[in-house]
Ligand binder design. Structure first.
Ligand code: AMP
Ligand code: MG
Length: 391
């Protein structure tokens, strides 16, 4: 059995980058850049007024003569001499001779006479060429996750297409004879299947939408066949259930017999000890515990960073933060604990109801409190690490 740290290292080591493709900027939100971008133009590319006011050549005089005006987008720019002013608006080109813009709130205007009530410093309110970015310099690097700000930034530089890493297609294979699709009254001794929808929406949160749900009964043949299909159809296979040591747990055997190479099986943690990870050429395969809370925790701690890494992220793990415990926690089992928890105002509380079958507490959690395997007694007031589930 390996430690949480070793397992986390392995899922990153074995994460092969997906291939790259060219994408229109408007479709690129959430993707990771697969190229280093340099600015094709200066930003701004001409001397721009930062305010509405008057452009002039800096002087100690407090009275100027208004001789023209320039608006944003104008291509004819009026000239001016010392002692003169040009009415100007935000975003408009500053006349070549002018070096300063006084904001209109600091002036009094009578016809073409302009009184400067407050003299600005030389060069005030003029955005010089390249103030934000100079042409030819790096603007965004490989691994940057494209967000609304970077989209606006790239559009401002004139980009229409960029190179990004592909997102994976995923099959979620749920195993279990007892599983029943919600929508009909429960048959005796059956349960409603819940991991499929949960994992699918968790994938959606990291921008993965090519997801199909398959199911298999608990026989070796059915499991092998379903695994084979899934491996043909997707980049990533998440199998739910059937990975423990029960007589009807066939997932490990089905994966191995389909040529999947095992990288680890079982992690020294609670919940989710029976976690399996392997690869087959370009494909990644996780055998997730069937218990819903274990399955989701394994997703956050291992599947999510592995997939983000394959999609080009340089910071694939969920953010780890610190908060103060509100209650004591003991950990006598020498395993890393991931506890469903709530954080508010820098304080963290592990919820009552940590069993791996329980999603009621998970539904209210915004944090996974991490108790290292070496930590036996935590006291109220101790500062602990948690993984932030608000991502
Ligand atoms: P297993 O890992 O297959 O031994 O399943 C462990 C527990 O999780 C059992 O109680 C299963 O009934 C339950 N379980 C397995 N798969 C699912 C699923 N897809 N949805 C909800 N519960 C499940
Ligand atoms: Mg099962």
């Amino acid at each position: 059995m390996i430690s949480v740290t070793e397992a986390q290292q392995l899922i990153i080591q074995k994460a092969k980058l997906l291939d790259t493709f060219t994408l229109n900027l408007e479709d690129a939100f959430g993707y990771f850049l697969a190229e280093d971008l340099t600015a094709p133009i200066n930003l701004p590319s001409f001397r721009q007024s930062a305010m509405d006011g008057y452009a002039f050549i800096h002087t100690d005089k407090t009275e100027l003569k208004v001789v023209g005006q320039v608006q944003a987008g104008d291509t004819q720019i009026p000239d001016l001499k010392k002692g003169e002013a040009i009415r100007i608006f935000t975003g408009a080109p500053v006349p070549d001779a002018a070096d300063t813009v006084v904001i209109q709130e600091h002036t009094t205007r009578n016809g073409d006479q302009l009184i400067l009530d407050k003299l600005p410093n030389k060069e005030a309110n003029v955005r010089p060429i390249g103030e934000q970015i100079t042409a030819g310099t790096y603007v965004l690097k490989t691994g940057h996750q494209i967000n609304e700000a970077s989209l606006g930034f790239m559009a401002g530089l004139g980009f229409t297409k960029i190179e990004v890493y592909r997102k994976p297609s995923v099959t979620i294979l749920t195993t279990g004879n007892e599983l029943q699709k919600p929508g009909t009254p429960l048959k005796p001794n059956h349960i409603y299947e819940s991991n499929g929808i949960m994992l699918k929406s968790a994938l959606g949160r990291i921008g993965i939408t090519k997801v199909q749900n398959l199911k298999a009964q608990d026989t070796l043949e059915a499991t092998k066949k379903a695994v084979k299909n899934a491996l043909q159809q997707s980049d990533v296979l998440l199998v739910s259930g059937g990975i423990s040591v029960g007589d009807y747990d066939f997932v490990q055997e089905a994966l191995l017999s389909n040529g999947v190479k095992e990288h680890f099986y079982k992690v020294n943690q609670k919940p989710g000890k029976p976690l399996w990870f392997g690869t087959s050429e370009e494909k990644s395969i996780f055998g997730l515990p069937g218990n819903p809370a274990s399955s989701l925790t394994a997703f956050y701690v291992y599947v999510l960073p592995h997939l983000r890494s394959r999609m080009g992220s340089l910071l694939p793990f969920l953010n780890e933060r610190k908060a103060e415990l509100t209650e004591d926690i003991t950990n006598k089992i020498e395993k890393t604990l991931f506890l469903k928890a709530g954080v508010a105002d820098t304080k963290i509380t592990a919820y009552t109801g940590q069993a791996s079958s329980m999603l009621n507490t998970y539904a209210l959690s915004n944090a996974l409190l991490v108790v290292p395997e070496t930590e036996t007694d935590l006291k109220a007031g101790d500062v602990v690490n948690y993984m932030d589930l608000s991502f």
